[in-house]
Design a protein around this ligand. Structure first.
Ligand SMILES: NC(=O)c1ccc[n+]([C@@H]2O[C@H](COP(=O)([O-])OP(=O)(O)OC[C@H]3O[C@@H](n4cnc5c(N)ncnc54)[C@H](O)[C@@H]3O)[C@@H](O)[C@H]2O)c1
Length: 386
């Protein structure tokens, strides 16, 4: 039987953190959604070309935290330091019969050197990574093949340059499509000195989408929409900031400015690209602090300082408060089904419509998100190839 003979969409996840936990719980939460139920709180599409959330099966996951590896995914998603709001309580989550495997550690967490200059993995007690002397990292390609995975979703921590590429290679070797949820530029552009990953996915006859998930109603989409509003209504944006604080693992990891370069680029370009004079705008965007007691709640402050009629000032201040991880899970549940449509239709390489709509750093940055939404609809209906 070929991998795509039935409706089941077989997905593997690299990084079983809070976003992954929200996806797994969300599949259970929306398991009874029907084709005709159009307006479901939290889902952009109940049905994507006939595929429902219940068609998604998470068949394997990879992580490096000792609390998660070796466990059934249904159990591992609740293990520390995960803290995603329990949309489904642990006692109501059915066993998945799919495992969380130890992935290669690589640069998935901070690295420091010991007194002899040897690299050691350091998680600063936020969580404990397995010891490579005691645990052998699994062969990712083999796990993907053994579990007949069709799609690999990358949800590693920001700054995982090498690790993301190890998983992308494994996806290629195991004939899996790739959804790259993090700000590593693999699908959207070819980084200097890096391989042309999109060409490799094309060569293998596989689709890919990315990079860096844009949440459903999150800081990026609100900031973009407001900036576009200023543009369309004739108000010049002089400077703008977007400050984000949160208390989850993602925010903890992003305390390190070195790991953040691509995240800042991805978030900043998502906003400045809306304005034709974007390179002249004073702009500061990014994660601003880790506030442990906020847990998975994220708070975002946006200010846009503009000049309007008669050279007068116009300032917009906005505050968003949201559960962080579930805010991107709904989009990923759509992306998985949209990517499966590409597999069904034999479409290979970068999926531009869904990348432009669902990622902060796509290859084609749309000037309007409403336009990108139209492209996705046309793609789902088969009126647009990619
Ligand atoms: N939270 C959001 O709404 C949002 C939005 C856009 C993008 N993202 C990105 O998605 C990614 C995941 O976010 P999260 O909130 O789930 O983060 P998280 O820190 O909760 O999860 C990351 C997981 O990856 C694991 N990991 C680290 N190195 C690994 C390796 N080498 N192999 C396998 N697993 C490894 C960690 O142990 C952890 O469980 C981050 O890069 C984040 O920036 C999140």
């Amino acid at each position: 039987m070929s991998k795509t003979d039935n409706r089941e969409i077989r997905v593997a996840i690299a990084g079983l953190g809070n976003v992954a936990a929200a996806i797994v719980m969300g599949i259970e939460y929306y398991k009874n959604v029907k084709q005709e139920e159009k307006y479901q709180a939290g889902l952009i599409n109940a049905s994507v070309g006939g595929y429902l959330p219940s068609d998604i099966k998470i068949v394997a996951a990879f992580d490096i935290a000792t609390t998660k590896i070796g466990k059934d995914i249904s159990e591992a998603i609740y293990a520390e330091p995960n803290m995603c709001h329990p949309i489904i309580l642990p006692e109501n989550m059915p066993k998945s019969n799919a495992l969380c495997y130890p992935g290669p550690i690589s640069d998935g967490c901070y690295q420091t050197k010991d007194s002899k200059g040897k690299i050691i993995f350091d998680t600063y007690n936020y969580f404990k990574a397995y010891n490579e002397k005691d645990v052998k990292p699994s062969n990712i390609t083999q796990v993907l093949l053994d579990n007949k995975a069709q799609i690999l979703v990358n949800l590693l921590p920001v700054g995982s340059y090498q690790a993301s590429r190890i998983y992308a290679q494994a996806a290629l070797d195991a004939n899996c499509a790739l959804i790259n949820g993090i700000p590593e530029f693999i699908v959207s552009e070819q980084v200097e000195g890096d391989r042309d990953w999109v060409a490799e996915f094309i060569k293998k006859g596989l689709p890919c989408a990315g990079d860096d998930i844009k949440s459903q109603v999150g800081a990026t989409i609100i900031h973009r929409t407001l900036a576009k509003l200023f543009l369309d209504r004739g108000v010049i944006v002089n400077d703008t900031y977007q400050l984000n604080i949160g208390g989850n693992g993602d925010f903890y990891n992003m305390k390190s400015e070195e790991r953040l370069t691509t995240k800042r680029k991805s978030k900043t370009s998502a906003v400045t690209s809306v304005l034709p004079y974007g390179d002249k705008v004073g702009c500061r965007i990014g994660p601003s602090d880790y506030v442990p007691f906020l847990g998975d709640k994220k708070i975002c402050y946006i200010r846009i300082n503009g000049t309007t009629f008669g050279g007068l000032p116009l300032v917009c201040d906005m505050k968003l408060r949201v559960e962080d991880s579930p805010n991107s899970a709904g989009l990923i549940i759509d992306l998985i089904r949209q990517t499966r449509l590409a597999i069904d239709r034999g479409i290979v390489g970068r999926l531009d419509s869904i990348s432009s709509f669902s990622f902060k750093h796509p290859h084609i940055q749309p000037s309007s998100d409403f336009e990108a939404k139209k492209w996705v609809q046309e793609y789902i209906e088969g009126k647009r190839e990619r």
